[in-house]
Design a protein around this ligand. Structure first.
Ligand code: 5GP
Length: 253
């Protein structure tokens, strides 16, 4: 069997050359990192859950006309995606204060924000993904003003969609991060949602109990990450066909 070509390896995913030009295969690893990769672990089943969950959200976006990179899932850990040119920004949307904004502005975790707030980080591990302003983005040419207008519009549409989907299953979407890519159609360029949408890149709190069901469980040692992601998948009706933790057979005397 021919060996496929690895295009890129990140902290949680690997990209391989796809079967046709303009496509890639996105492989979800079980690796988890936090605090700019200072904390690392392998969490069995995480990749399988994120592959399914990202498929679920991206398909939902497609169904309401929000362009994104997802083509189809190939197997438990892989999906076929459109190749795009990733804009080197993390686009973050916040509905409630948590994480870095809570720290930066001295807000209590969970404080509702006056309106959804969009912010950007420059994707650069060596620098710890620093927050950047629109002025930086324009000055350094990472995106044009038109791109930024389109990015904000995409991000807010994704926020409305995800907030509703999670609300319906008793989960509050506190914040999330997306990445945006460019695809070219002759001389025309379009922006699409890329990377992944999963509990790795969202803050998700149970509406009733406040229980955290996202990567903060790993970041802050709050319990079993796979159980939290499985709960999200279960509520959304998205569960891998094969359970991630197969109970070992019990010997009966
Ligand atoms: P914060 O800026 O509060 O740390 O993060 C805001 C939101 O963006 C959180 O949902 C967090 O999970 C997500 N986020 C920020 N940076 C990254 C990153 O480098 N990788 C992933 N997967 N998510 C991120």
């Amino acid at each position: 069997m021919a060996r496929r070509k690895k295009i890129y390896e990140g902290k949680a995913k690997i990209l391989y050359e796809g079967p046709e030009p303009g496509t890639l295969i996105q492989y979800f690893k079980d690796d988890a990192t936090a605090f700019n990769a200072q904390k690392k672990a392998t969490i069995e089943g995480k990749g399988v859950l994120n592959n399914r969950l990202s498929e679920f959200f991206m398909t939902g976006l497609t169904n309401i006309g929000i362009p994104n990179h997802f083509i189809r899932r190939i197997n438990m850990r892989e999906q076929l995606i459109r190749q795009c040119e990733i804009i080197p920004l993390e686009v973050i949307v916040r509905n409630f204060a948590a994480g870095s904004i809570a720290k930066r502005l001295g807000l209590d975790e969970g404080t509702p924000l006056p309106r959804p707030v969009v912010e950007y980080s420059y994707k650069n591990d060596a620098l710890g993904d620093p927050m950047v302003s629109e002025e930086y983005i324009l000055a350094f040419g990472w995106a044009s003003q038109q791109d930024l207008d389109d990015i904000v519009s995409l991000a807010l549409r994704v926020n409305d969609f995800l907030s509703g989907v999670f609300y319906a299953v008793g989960i509050k979407l506190v914040d999330f991060k997306i990445e945006i890519g460019r695809i070219w159609d002759g001389d025309f360029m379009r922006l699409i949602v890329a990377d992944e949408i999963s509990p790795d890149s969202c803050r998700l709190w149970d509406i009733r109990t406040g229980q955290k069901l996202d990567k903060d469980v790993f970041r802050n040692d709050l319990g079993n990450l796979t159980e939290a992601y499985t709960e999200v998948a279960r509520r959304l009706g998205v569960l891998p066909t094969q359970a991630t933790h197969v109970n070992k057979p019990t010997l009966i005397n």
